[in-house]
Design a protein around this ligand. Structure first.
Ligand code: UTP
Length: 299
């Protein structure tokens, strides 16, 4: 019987160089998608999946994240005085119960695997989730919830998986599929950023994981991998070598790579169009632009 997943690690210690100069003084995860910072989407998804303890792996310059999830008594009192219960309601999801959130520092950016390893002492012998807030997923049922439900029958470790065009696979961790069961695949191996033409499939790993605690032991042992970083992919692949099961779930939903500028802009448009208060305005503007106005090929 697989354990219940109640803890999630949010690795947010990266430098966010693709968004410089914006990320010189403000963390990437505080950047705003419509009217909420990226990190809020990740926390909401975790809550929907039953996560109760939130572990942030942070770094220098990320203190805005801590303030964001703290109470803001002056602001709350002002809103109360003005009778703005609507705005107080909007602030509600930014409040964390005392002790529900922990911050650990990664003092050198040695990679995603290293960031997860930094949180090892806060994970006992239990499965845990990892959420990369850069990957924002629009889905009827939140992606991590889909994974938790699937995990209840599989156990082992599970990654969120998505088909990507062959010319893009080298940017991802890629699954070597043992058995394809439709939405779920069992995994024979995983390769981080395979050289062009050498990828075992076009099924890529994106930023949602449910991991067995053994993955933390594996991270203890392995050294730097692709790009000189400690790769989480390598530590998950070790599970397979040790005879433990790893699965990929083709989640239902649309993933936006908000770690890239083009992905962030796409997400802004998609999430804007999904909002009742913005849809008409935004779609009128997009129609005004028309294909000729922004250089898209006709037809
Ligand atoms: P990215 O590869 O997107 O790196 O990290 P980055 O630094 O955030 O952004 P760029 O590429 O410089 O623009 C993927 C995730 O892993 C975390 C990041 O915060 C992000 O959530 N990460 C990465 C760490 O926490 N520590 C690391 O050493 C590396």
């Amino acid at each position: 019987m697989p354990g219940i997943v109640t803890k999630a690690i949010f690795p947010v210690a990266g430098m966010g160089t693709r968004f410089l100069p914006a990320t010189k003084a403000a963390p990437k995860e505080i950047m705003t998608l419509v009217d909420r910072p990226l990190i809020q989407y990740a926390i909401d998804e975790a809550r929907a999946a039953g996560i109760r303890e939130f572990i942030f792996v942070t770094a220098r310059g990320k203190s805005a994240l801590e303030d964001y999830f703290d109470r803001a008594p002056e602001l709350e009192n002002l809103l109360k005085e003005k009778g703005r219960d609507d705005l107080l309601d909007i602030l509600q999801p930014t409040n964390m119960d005392s002790g529900a959130i922990a911050y650990i520092r990664q003092n050198r950016p040695l990679g995603l695997g290293h960031a997860v390893w930094c949180a090892r002492r806060l994970i006992a012998n239990e499965p845990f989730a990892v959420i990369l807030p850069d990957d924002v997923i629009a889905a009827e049922k939140p992606c991590l919830q889909q994974m938790v439900e699937a995990y209840e029958t599989t156990g082992g470790s599970m990654v969120a998986a998505m088909e990507v065009p062959p010319e893009h696979v080298s940017a991802y961790g890629v699954l070597d599929v043992k058995q394809d069961m439709g939405a779920m695949v069992s995994v024979r191996g995983m390769v981080e950023k395979p050289a062009p033409g050498s990828a075992p499939s076009s099924l890529a790993v994106i930023g949602r994981y449910i991991l067995s605690p053994h993955v933390l032991d594996n991270l203890n042992r392995i050294g730097a991998g692709a790009g000189g970083e400690v790769q989480l992919t390598d530590a998950i692949a070790e599970e397979i070598s040790s005879g433990r099961d790893v699965y990929g779930l083709r989640f239902r939903g649309q993933r936006f790579d908000c770690g890239s500028k083009a992905g962030f802009l796409r997400a802004t448009v998609a999430f804007g169009l999904a909002r009742d208060d913005l849809r008409d305005d935004l779609s009128r503007y997009l129609a005004e632009l028309g294909p000729g106005r922004h250089g898209a090929p006709p037809g």
